[in-house]
Design a protein around this ligand. Sequence first.
Ligand code: TYD
Ligand code: MG
Length: 466
Amino acid sequence: MSKFTTQFVCQECGASHHKWTGKCDGCGTWNSLIEEVVLKGGAGQSGQEGHSHADLLDFVGVTTENIHEQQQKNRKLTRISELDRVLGGGFVDSSVVLLGGPPGIGKSTLLLQILNSLDPNCGIKNLVYISAEESVNQVLLRANRLGIDRDDIKIATSSSIEQIASTISKYKNDAIVIVDSIQTISTKLIQSTVGSVSQVRYCTQELANIAKCNNIIVIIVTHITKDGMIAGPKTLEHMVDCVLYFEGDKALHNYRLLRCVKNRYGPTDEIGILTMTETGLHEVRDPSSIFLSGDKDNNVGMAIFSGIEGTRSILFEIQALVSFTNSPIPRRSSVGFDANRMIMLLAVLATKCKLNFNNKDVYVNVAGGMKVTESSADMSILAAIVSAALNRPIPSGWLFFGEISLSGSIRKAYMSHQRIKEAQKLGFTDVFVAHNTDDLDQCDTIRIHRLKTIRDLIAVIKESQE
Ligand code: TYD
Ligand code: MG
């Protein structure tokens, strides 16, 4: 007889039930029961059976610096620098990484490329790719197309977590295992369908246990829909060390953004930019250039913003269009920037500078399909709108950053030094910042203009000579 049984546990109050019901008897919540596996005669995960106690380690002499140093030293570089930076310097030993993204975005492609380019001297001898979605031949065909030339990559296909667990349990310390994807593997212990929350949670927990016990790196692929909702990625996030999201849409053309939303061993605000080509994914070394149109002849309603993504600066082109309308409710539309914030900026312009948009539709767009979330983009958004409204071009060497407060004053942005360095690299001549910006170095090639309020900003745009 099986040692395991399942029960239905309420995710709200923890009450367990023998059968699934729509409503929890304990707390009355609807649709909160999830099937979970339990060991008969005792609680706990299958990986821990047989252990009556946890191993204790001496804490003496272990400082956080030691651990940090050790971790940094042991990091496994993928040598895809965009990915290494997002991870905080490569993979950490025994870590579990979740790679999420919509179908067809390039997750399987990226993972094969990771195996191929992994630093051969990092101590990892076993490179294992387990596919539950594609046959071995399909994986080989793709590998061929990508020019994968390492002959020590092992490929298997399986959709049973028990099979996968027994295959990878034999590796200790020197392996990286990719499981593609968690929605297509399942355990026979749980009756619910493949891809259900119970299945993906159980399988992820099993893989995480193996990674921690055997000190191997496990990368788990998970599918998400556009709004990030399908069976569980959100519920899986707390079970793993690092969560990466791979994004890209039609507006971004062939560009793919790699974002880190959770990282126990590094920063979470970095983004990696890759481009999908005939021969797989390639790094984009100079991201600013892809988001700037370089259209120097038509600068009305166009302002450049120097933004910060993680530790580096990227330049964005902000476009604005102001058009006459007879509608009593003029349109306010914004793509790539918070529409409410744009409306707030228009209200500041109307109140503080008597620049009214009552009979005008206003459109704002961040070129290249990018999203700008920083409030220090305010000044560039406003500059683009004012330029469009007054039909005054903004000279092509100008760049703006700074937040605008409701009083109309301009507030300084953080990391101004990095922002200006990027602008300098790309040949910008004039940077407009808040009057009290202090973290700036002396710089010969770029003129820095310090502005106090939006009135100063409007004045410089009015006086601009293209
Ligand atoms: P894939 O890695 O299969 O996506 P996922 O695993 O996220 O579902 O990538 C599929 C897409 O990538 C497919 O539309 C074809 C495209 N692609 C290229 O453009 N170039 C390539 O070299 C490869 C391998 C795929
Ligand atoms: Mg795939």
